[in-house]
Design a binder for this molecule. Structure first.
Ligand code: SF4
Length: 160
């Protein structure tokens, strides 16, 4: 349930019990093989910061695997380059100092082990379901509009 005056990040923190944390240990770095999940708002910020070409539409299957949903959730997320998230370089997240790190990456920590993990309280699920929240429809529409512009721009560039 949503609470009046609560931001999206505050709501996800309340539901997951996780707080923003910074850790550069090897175990945490391993998490960057798979791009951390971003909310629609995180993605719109990335697009506006000029990172549209490092993002792509993707189908999120993990929710079905962990039993929190019965369907695939379509969303836009960071792409991968080789075995790593496109924003991971030499052990560091390119977005960290810019304040643009996606919500899952901001809250995730190596101490999250299977024995203290509940699917419904997982960060990934609480971020993923933001893509189906009707309140986020205007943000989704803006993302679609912005990405179409980028595609149009790319197509124009390809013609030259
Ligand atoms: S966006 Fe940053 S924190 Fe998230 S997976 Fe990529 S490199 Fe890691």
């Amino acid at each position: 349930m949503k609470r009046a005056g609560e931001s999206q990040l505050q709501r996800i923190i309340r539901k997951t019990g996780r707080k923003p944390i910074q850790c550069k240990c090897k175990q945490c770095q391993q998490q960057c093989h798979t791009p951390c999940l971003a909310t629609p708002q995180d993605i719109l910020k990335l697009i506006k910061a000029g990172y549209a070409d490092r993002l792509a539409w993707t189908d999120w299957y993990a929710g079905m695997l962990i039993g929190v949903t019965d369907h695939i959730i379509g969303m836009v997320q960071a792409t991968t380059v080789g075995d790593w998230c496109t924003f991971f370089h030499d052990g560091l997240c390119e977005l960290h100092d810019k304040g643009l790190k996606p919500t899952e990456g901001r809250l995730s920590h190596h101490s999250m082990k299977i024995d203290n993990w509940t699917p419904k309280k997982s960060i990934s699920w609480n971020v993923a379901k933001e893509w189906e929240d009707a309140d986020n429809t205007p943000v989704l529409e803006e993302i679609i509009k912005e990405l179409k512009k980028t595609k149009h721009h790319d197509e124009k560039e390809n013609r030259h």
